[in-house]
Design a protein around this ligand. Sequence first.
Ligand code: TYR
Length: 406
Amino acid sequence: SSTALPLSDKVQEALAVAKRGVDELLIESEFAQKLARSEKSGQPLRIKLGLDPTAPDLHLGHTVVLNKMRQLQNLGHNVIFLIGDFTSMIGDPSGRNATRPPLTREQIELNAKTYFAQASLVLDPERTEIRYNSEWCDPLGSRGMIQLASRYTVARMMERDDFTKRFKEGTPISVHEFLYPLMQGYDSVALKSDLELGGTDQKFNLLVGRELQKDYGQEPQCILTMPLLEGLDGVEKMSKSKNNYIGITEPANTMFAKVMSISDVMMWRYYELLSFRSMTDIAGFKVEVEGGKNPRDIKVALAQEIVARFHSQQAAEDALADFVNRSKGGIPDDVPEVSLSGAPLGIGQLLKQTNLCASTSEALRMVEQGGVRIDGAVISDKGLKLEAGQFVIQVGKRKFARVTLS
Ligand code: TYR
């Protein structure tokens, strides 16, 4: 069908949902036509998201793409959660300046399970197709691989920024790294994908999928890239190594407090990329804030939505109560209880043995900085020895223990 279909209101709405928060949607007019044809035929689109099961602990940054999948899933399309068990043996060199170490079979299996379990808090697991790319990559064999490799030129491979850079710098690029984008593209052929999602770093690989599909006589997939979410500092990308992340398995109270710690400006970005609320609702919140409403209240709603997603509605309510209590300087209600013996015990040992500090030297430093309280009162004596008894001890804003010392 070469004549363009008109775009119904429903299709235009769907397009707006797809475009919310994206970095790029290529090619938009093609995608609009895919949506229009899908509406006409009642045949849902096939939407692919591939993941190499390398890092099983997801943070909110990882969920940005998953959210987009969920939004498209809610529109009735088929989402495919593709586990790159084959591709992770190669290791995606995207954005890397070095060859990745390959994973073992056991690591892959284990990580894939954790990954899907965690992703299911965002996706509707009942309506998600899970596939492993070894299904079609293994049968290719070496002959198939050679044929696949003949479909792409070295010059085009070298267009990729990270390859160019490494080549110029003299950082080695192994031949098997060229196979990565080809295999990822071949996955799109095997799945007859209509749309592939990824972070901005995936653009090159996603485009290879388009090329290969054309080669195989298929209609090329559209590609959608999502930006990388800023971390709690509001500047750097959210990442585990920068310690500016909110892990999706973190305790409800921590998660809540971390969301509350983002700036009022960053809050809107988190809304756009992480909330399931409509953009109309979010625009309504903006109007309220412009009209004088405290942005803190809007942030509370976001923190609650996020905690409810990864824990439960009840946990979200408890976390709010706990947050309010703490900001009044109160003691939270989920303080771990610790029994210790050895009274009288030095403050350094005490903080170490309750795990509130990693070492006695860190403990003494915290005391020095005025970051340690016993039953609410700041202590300053590094030589303090505690007698047997019961007390609540606090380090910094968020770490507490209820200690029984004998
Ligand atoms: N390259 C993707 C990443 O590193 C994972 C992926 C694997 C995507 C196979 C698609 C695919 O077909 O995140």
